[in-house]
Design a protein around this ligand. Sequence first.
Ligand SMILES: [Zn+2]
Length: 100
Amino acid sequence: MAKKKNRTCAWCKKFTRDGQPVWSLPCKSKINLTKKEAYFTDTTLLSGKIVTALVTSEDSQAKANGIDFVFMCCSEKCAQELKKALEQDERMINIGPLRG
Ligand SMILES: [Zn+2]
């Protein structure tokens, strides 16, 4: 079942309004996520924190660039915190620059 468009920050879970800039953190995964393609999925980090990722679909440009999923954050601070957490979790690798 497809989930509704998620506008919640992956890190702090704060709701972001339409039009509000979001920070994206493109990642590559060592976990097989194909069954969750194009859905938002919750992933538990090694620290126990649950973060929400958007899994890219097979035919998307992001996927063609090797991006398996993207974390959307409400601020640069959240994105940086998440990036730090991912660096300690070798199941997921941040492969792109932080984009706001
Ligand atoms: Zn946030």
